[in-house]
Write a protein that binds this ligand. Structure first.
Ligand code: IPM
Ligand code: MG
Length: 368
């Protein structure tokens, strides 16, 4: 059995608590002989800033580059509101994305039947929802230069962010989206703002070309990003795969996530290009943030982190069957009526982080 090296970066806020439950699942897999995973733990975000004055140290970056996969909890919190911009906790996450070249961010939004009533939309709109948002993650306005604030006199300043995309960046993310669609309902919506942005014009052109050349078996619709945001709350089940740029993907994925009832449920994978053996740099993290308001109380929902581990098994460790088992165990525990506080419901039992993790392990043991 191949031994995989997994770097754990729990980060700030509820990060360490939810990561603890992912570690419980790793221990369960190792113990049952289902996997051979070696973990190391290191710092990222505010805690790394406190320790080294940087949101991620070079030594931690080296470990991330050497690992088969990285799992991140969450970064940030009010404690670091005043730190210089380039040392803020988020800078650690952005450096990981950039230096590992994790250009493809996969954010599934799945609505578990047991949770359909927790959505802010009516049950019939979201029950059975299964969308995959494919967000470009290493380009666009997040990284484009110039990115400055300058003094222009008379007490005025000018702030500039730059949205840049080159053909190859759009090609490779479109390819990821079309390949994923082939495993799903063969439907891709490509979201941009070609009506006002040059990057939108190029995005549209490149996606159209890739589709025509290689993916005739997949249906492609182009949609303006603002309309996409609106359609997501009007009739979300019309979507299968949505491919979009870094900034629109940030917003559309939060919106899609909320349709499912709780941000605390949703995993994500950030992937680099695969080498000849199919291996790639990859980072897995829950979509939710560090939730400083509930940190340290043992009440955070660990499901998004555990589901992120399942994605790690699927995309980095070639253990799709065990990933399916974990996903099924999560659904079973929800069906049994166990809830963390963020998804609490009348008639269900509210449990803490740890009890939720233990229940998922029990469900894994019960159902093989
Ligand atoms: C996300 C987050 C990050 C982003 C922040 C923390 C920098 O919102 O992963 O969606 O904007 O990409
Ligand atoms: Mg975001």
């Amino acid at each position: 059995m191949t031994t995989y090296k997994l770097l754990l970066l729990p980060g700030d806020g509820i990060g360490p608590e939810v990561m603890g439950e992912a570690e419980r699942i790793v221990a369960w897999m190792n113990g049952r002989g289902l996997a051979s995973i070696e973990t190391e733990t290191d710092l990222v975000g505010g805690c790394a800033h406190d320790a080294h004055g940087q949101a991620i140290s070079n030594a931690t970056m080296d470990r991330a580059l050497a690992a088969d996969a990285v799992m991140l909890g969450a970064v940030g919190g009010p404690k670091w509101d005043g730190v210089p911009y380039d040392q803020r906790p988020e800078a650690g996450l952005l450096r990981l994305r950039k230096d590992l070249e994790l250009f493809a961010n996969l954010r599934p939004a799945i609505c578990y039947t047991a949770l359909a009533d927790a959505s802010s939309l009516k049950r019939d709109r979201v029950d059975g929802l299964d969308i995959m948002i494919v967000r470009e993650l290493t380009g666009g306005v997040y990284f484009g230069e110039p990115k400055t604030i300058s003094d222009i006199g008379n007490g005025q300043k000018r702030a500039i962010d730059t949205q840049v995309y080159e053909t190859y960046e759009i090609e490779r993310i479109a390819t990821v989206a079309f390949d994923l669609a082939r495993e799903r309902k063969r439907l891709v919506h490509s979201a941009e703002k070609r009506n006002v942005m040059k990057t939108g014009v190029l995005w549209n052109e490149v996606v159209t070309k890739i589709h025509k050349e290689r993916y005739g078996d997949v249906t492609l619709h182009h949609i303006l990003a603002d309309n996409c945001a609106m359609q997501l709350v009007r009739a979300p089940k019309q979507f299968d795969v949505i491919v979009t740029d870094n900034l629109f993907g940030d917003m559309l994925s939060d919106e899609a996530a909320m349709l499912t009832g709780s941000l605390g449920m949703l995993p994500s994978a950030s992937l680099g290009a695969a080498d000849e053996r199919g291996h790639r740099h990859a980072l897995y993290e829950p979509v939710h943030g560090s939730a400083p308001d509930i940190a340290g109380q043992g009440v955070a929902n660990p499901i998004a982190t555990i589901a992120s581990l399942a994605m790690c098994l699927r995309y980095s460790f070639f253990l799709g069957e065990t990933a399916d088992r974990i996903d099924a165990a999560i659904a079973r525990v929800l069906d049994q009526g166990l809830r963390t506080a963020d998804i609490k419901q009348d008639g269900c039992r509210t449990v803490g982080t740890r009890a939720m993790g233990e229940a998922i392990v029990a469900a894994l043991d019960g159902g093989s």
